[in-house]
Structure formats: C-alpha cells, structure tokens
Design a protein around this ligand. Structure first.
Ligand code: GTP
Ligand code: MG
Length: 681
C-alpha cells in the first residue's frame, strides 16, 4: 500500500494475527507464503508436497489438513509478528476460538465460491460477538472466475459488519492480472514471484473502481459525521486520513476490509502484510479491548501442550510486563521458556509484552487462565467449549495399559478442552466425547504417537433397560443338602409392573414371622442383584416385588440362602411377566440456518424421531432450532448426516428425556446382540 508510510506509528511490541477460515481455504498456504515473501523461509513448501512449515505433525501430514494451530514468528519491514494458523475443520473449531481470544486481529481466509459462503457465518458471528478486528482474504482467485461484486454481496449476507472492499481486481479474459488499490487509486500488474508493478488504471476497471471507492468512503462516513459532511459537499479527504479512519474502524470491529489473492502464488500476500502493518491494533489496545485487569506481569494462557521432551507447556500471550525463566507465576515456577515456530521449539530467557511464549511446567495453569501479578483467575470471557456431538468407546489394546491410558487422557483433556472423557457411566465403558469422527480419531492417534498407548475404538453401547408389562405370583425355594448342615430358604413374592420412571420398589408384607426379620434384607439384596441383568440382558426398572410369605429352617437358613431365594424368585418370575425392552430417548435440539430446517426435520423423522416443533434460534437471525425426541441409538452418527446436508453448519445438543418401550424387530436385534455379547464375555 504505497503512500501510507507516514500513517504508521511503528510498534515495537510484536503483534499477533490469527489465520482462520473454512477447511482447505488455504490458511496454511497463506502462512507459508507470508513466511516466504518476508524472507523467513529458505524454500517455499506446498501442501501437496507435505513440506510446509505448518502442519508438521504426523497427524496433519498424513491427512493433508491442519490438525492443530501452527505458530510462526516473522518480521516484515522491521515489524515483528506472531502468526497463528488455525485448523479449519468444524470439528476443531473450539481450538481456534481460544486462539482468536489471544490475537490482535484475525485474517479470515475464504474461497471465492458462492456455494460455500454460508459456511463463514458462525465464524464471522463469533468475531463480531467478541469485537475481534478481522479482515477477509479471498484466496484462490487463480482458480475461480467469479464477479467480485456478486461475491461481495453474498459475503455481506453472512456478516453483521459492513464489508469494505479495499481493491478491485483487473481482469484480462479469464484471468486476473492485477488490481487497483481503492485508497491510493493506483493500479498494479502482478509479476509472479516479485512485488507487483505500478501501471496506469486500465479503462476496463475505471468505472468499477470509482463505484467501489465511493462505497468504501460511504461506509467510513457512517462512523464519522465530519467525513459524511465533507462527502456530501464532494470534498474528498486525503489518503492519509482515509487510512487512519480505516485503521480506527477495523480496531473497533466496525468494518471488515476485504482483500483478494492467491496464496500459493504469493498473490496479494504482500498487500495483505502491508494492510496488517498499518491497521492491526497494537497489543496494548487489544489488552484494553479485553479489559485485562491492572497489574504486571499480565498474561493469558490460550493453549496447553504436552510435549515429550519439554513436558507441559502453557502457551501464553504476554499483555503487560515481562516474563522470564525461573520466575514465579501463580503457584509455580516457570521451568523453561520457549518460542514455537512450526515444529521447532527454541529456548528463550524472557518474553515481553505482545509476545507469544510457552511457559514450561506450570502444572496448575489451565487454558483460559489469566495471570495478573501473582493472581491466577479463570478468564470470564473465555469461550465455552461446545457440547459434544459424537462419542467413541475406547479400550486399551494391550492389557495392563489402563493406568497409562488414564494418565494420557488427562493430558489430552488439558490440551483439548472440547474433549470429554467418561468412565464408569451406565455402561461402564471408557467413552471419549467430542466434535466428530476426525476430532476423536486425532485424539486416538495422539494417544499412540505421544503416549505410546494403543486403543481400540467402537461405537459406545446404548444404556438400554428392560421392564415388565404384567404381573405374577412366584414361589421359589432354595434347598441344598451337603454333608453337614444344609441351605434352606423359601419365599413367595408378587411381582408387578410400575409406571415409567418409578424405578424399583420392594415391599415386605411378612406377618407372623414366616421369615424372620433379619433375613428380609437379604431377600431384597438377591432381587436387586438379579435385576442388574434381567431376562433380556439389561437392568430391570419400573417394577415392584412384594414379599408375601415364606418359610425358614432354624439351622439351615442363612442370609446367603435367602439372598439366593430372592434372586431365584425374580429369575423365575420376571420372564412370566412379559419382559419388554426400554430404550433411552433424548430430547435433541438441532440448530441450522432456516433454509435447512426442512432437511433437519427429514433427518430426524428418518431416524425414528418425534418432532416437537421448531422455532427461531434465539439471538441468531436467519437460524432455526428444531426439537425432537430421538432414540439414543439414532444419535451416534447424527452429526455426520447433519453436517453433510448443511455445509457443515448444523449442530445439535441432547439431553436424556425418558425411557420408551421398544418392540418388534428392532428390539429383537438388540436382545440378540446383547445375548451374543454376554456369551462371548
Ligand atoms: N488454486 C489454488 N489453490 C490453493 C491456493 N492456496 C491453497 N491452495 C490449495 O488448497 C488446498 C488447501 O490448502 P491449505 O493451505 O492446506 O488450506 P488450509 O486452509 O490450511 O486447510 P485446513 O487447515 O485443513 O483447514 C491445498 O490443496 C492447496 O494446494 C491458491 O492460492 N490457489
Ligand atoms: Mg491449514
């Protein structure tokens, strides 16, 4: 951006920009290009060749996608920068949100693809909700032939803030050969591999340039009455002033500048860097925006990493003061201070305001913690992790790895706040919960690579229950004569069904000491014991057993004998009462853009869902929420269908609602499977 040098007050403190945007839009390629044009790379890499500075982990290389944030430190025209290239997969979104909280601004990379624009909505919304300054970098312009005016209009439909075009492309036939900068009104022709050359504004874009420039000025005037008056009087302000206004409006997240480029060919990348140089807020302004409390040092942990050689590292942005190795932070001492650059970790002695630094071995610090002086506070502004939408049951592949596995999982959970772990729930399995198949498979891959624990995965079991429909009287006697004194207990019970949700009730109606009082708890124990796995193989609920009569023997009766008799009574009695399977039904709330509401309803109906209705999603213009009762067994891969039908935008939350009878073929299948499982156990 020529002619703007005088507007800058060169900040000494490093600024930090997060590169975010939909999957495969070219964020890692943009980082690579920035490193290349700023002289930070010997040789530029390509995603397809697997040799970029970012995506260095095995998980990322093998998938050709970013699986975690890539950090890089670069210097462009003497300004130091930390760039944080975020993964684009919707399943890894939560990590990006934490990264964004630590950045001075975000570059949103997107493709000029009309059909994919909608996918940007939730990200832009998050940025606006948190007033994070951001700009759009429309990438891959070499591969698409679209009208920038139409594209801009479509993009505007998903942004609450006005999008302000900063340049118009110059087209020759199908290809884009240069651009006109709308502030300086200078035109440039691309020169592959080199800075662009200054040319005269071609006639073909003159009108378009004038119109776009006018629109840009009008957007700025919306936030500046003085500028508005001058525009009305046809007085055009000097470029200097326009740049200042652009920077002010960006810092307050009032406008979103839009740039174009082709990262893989370094197209538009120097321009983007210049815009960042002049307009991205300095760390002190960001700290003010985040209302970082008074005190030094001030820093925030935005990510936690466990690495084999360094142990736990808390990645922090220093907002104020200085952090040095060995210093006390919260309750611990910093043991090792590191800079991360791609896969490289370099030890440093200290870090100053603005820098991103990894603090070694501070066990008590968690992602999101704000450290002010000697105080550590969880950050109130920190984004809530999303509710889980996908789960996998895991099991160590090697017996004896259980303890190792639990330790490793604890570390994974510290690293990734969107992961949840459950052990000893209704099905006693170990279950990982997260944002989708990729998210959880990554966790499994990391368990193996970083902690050397291999696990097998499978779909988690559904916590089915069973109950009865009828009633019966049951007389059972346990009698055994073995040498010395024998075993004897005799019980008569009445078994009947209870209403849904009433659980298990045991009643004692013994009169006249037919069974001595002290044996009665043993009878109940025996019944409860059997009920954990009823005739269909599942826990029995919603039934009552009344002990009405019985017999005992002065020598041969015992607690053990009565427990066994109680057990026999239900074991023999329950099958006569019409056992029936109960499946858990969740209340599911699906959130989708309104145009997908009918699709969401169809997905639910095709999965035996009972639709309860739909409504506008509170606070989300243009979105709906569809509520339904859905069998838990239909929830497992719901997210897969939902995402594939809604451009990845649909999400849902569930909570257990009730148990419902399941009969017919579905039920037979469940019971058969359970039987085979129990037999092979
Ligand atoms: N035609 C064209 N392709 C590009 C450009 N930039 C990136 N690509 C391609 O787009 C694909 C994705 O590039 P990445 O840089 O990995 O995209 P990303 O946004 O980092 O992807 P995730 O981090 O996985 O979300 C790769 O195949 C790149 O070669 C570009 O300027 N033009
Ligand atoms: Mg990437």
């Amino acid at each position: 951006m020529p002619g703007t040098e005088s507007t800058i007050t060169h900040p000494a403190a490093p600024r930090c920009v997060a590169i975010v945007g939909p999957q495969a839009s070219g964020k890692t390629s943009l980082l690579e290009s920035i490193l290349s044009v700023s002289g930070g790379l010997g040789r530029k890499g390509l995603i397809k060749d697997g040799n970029t500075l970012g995506d260095a982990s095995d998980e990322a290389r093998s998938r050709q996608m970013s699986t975690e944030v890539n950090l890089a430190n670069v210097t462009f025209l003497d300004d130091p920068w930390t760039l944080m290239d975020c993964p684009g997969s919707v399943e890894l979104e939560s990590e990006c949100r934490g990264i964004l909280m630590a950045a001075d601004a975000a570059v949103v990379v997107c493709e000029p693809d009309m059909d994919r624009v909608m996918g940007l909505g939730p990200l832009l919304r998050f940025l606006d909700d948190n007033s994070i300054p951001h700009m759009l970098f429309v990438n891959k312009l070499d591969a698409y032939n679209v009208s920038t005016a139409e594209l801009l209009q479509r993009l505007q439909s998903v942004s609450q803030r006005p999008l302000v075009l900063r340049e118009v492309p110059i087209r020759e036939g199908e290809s884009i050969t240069g651009y006109v900068d709308l502030v300086s009104e200078r035109a440039y022709r691309y020169d592959p591999g080199k800075p662009s050359q200054l040319i005269k504004i071609p006639d073909s874009v003159a009108d378009r340039e004038q119109q776009a420039r006018q629109e840009m000025l009008e957007h700025l005037a919306d936030f500046d009455d003085d500028l508005m008056e001058r525009l009305l009087e046809d007085v055009i302000p000097p470029a200097e002033e326009i740049y200042q206004q652009l920077a002010r409006d960006l810092a307050q997240d009032l406008i979103v500048p839009v740039m174009f480029g082709a990262a893989e060919r370094d197209g538009g990348v120097r321009r983007l860097l210049k815009l960042m140089r002049h307009e991205v807020p300095v760390p002190a302004d960001t700290a003010a925006r985040l209302e970082v409390a008074d005190g030094t040092p001030a820093l925030q942990v935005f990510r936690t990493i466990h690495a084999p050689h360094t142990g736990k590292m808390s990645l922090a942005r220093v907002w104020r003061g200085k952090v040095s190795d060995g210093m006390t932070v919260g309750e611990g001492r910093v043991s090792g201070l590191f800079k991360l650059h791609g896969g490289n970790v370099t030890k440093v002695a200290a870090a100053e305001a603005g820098e991103v630094v990894a603090l070694g071995k501070l066990d008590a610090l968690q992602t999101g913690d704000m450290v002010i002086g000697s105080e550590v506070q969880p950050n109130a502004l920190w984004p809530e992790p999303p509710s889980p939408v996908f789960a996998l049951a895991i099991n160590p592949a090697n017996r004896g790895d259980e303890v190792k596995l639990t330790g490793a999982i604890q570390r994974l959970l510290e690293e990734d706040t969107a992961l949840r772990f459950e052990h000893g729930g209704e099905t006693s399995e170990m279950v990982l919960h997260g944002q989708g198949g990729i998210h959880l498979q990554l966790a499994v891959d990391r368990l193996k690579r970083k902690y050397n624990v291999e696990v097998n995965t499978r779909q988690p079991q559904i916590p089915y229950k069973e109950t009865i429909r009828g009633a019966t009287s049951q007389h059972s006697r346990f009698k055994r004569q073995t040498g010395g004194h024998g075993q004897f207990a005799d019980v008569k019970v009445e078994i009947r069904a209870l209403g849904r949700g009433e659980g298990f009730v045991f009643e004692d109606k013994i009169v006249g000491g037919a069974i001595p009082r002290n044996y009665i708890p043993a009878v109940e124990l025996g019944i409860r014991d059997f009920s954990e796995r009823g005739p269909l193989g599942f826990p029995v609920v919603d039934f009552a057993v009344t002990l009405v009569d019985g017999q005992f023997h002065a020598v041969d009766s015992s607690d053990m004998a009565f427990k066994t008799a109680g057990r026999m009574a239900v074991q023999e009695g329950l099958p006569k009462c019409g056992p029936v399977l109960l499946e858990p039904i969740d209340e599911v709330t699906i959130a989708v853009p309104s145009e997908y509401t009918p699709k969401a309803q169809r997905i639910l109906s095709s999965r035996r869902g009972q639709i309860l209705g739909f409504d506008a999603r509170p606070g989300w213009e243009g979105w709906d929420e569809v509520k339904a009762y859905l069998p838990r067994s239909e929830c497992h891969d719901l997210i897969v269908d939902l995402r594939s039908l809604t451009l990845g935008l649909g999400t849902f939350s569930t909570k257990f609602d009730h148990l419902q009878e399941l009969t017919g073929r579905e039920a037979d299948k469940v019971v058969e499977f359970r039987k085979s499982e129990l037999e092979s156990a």
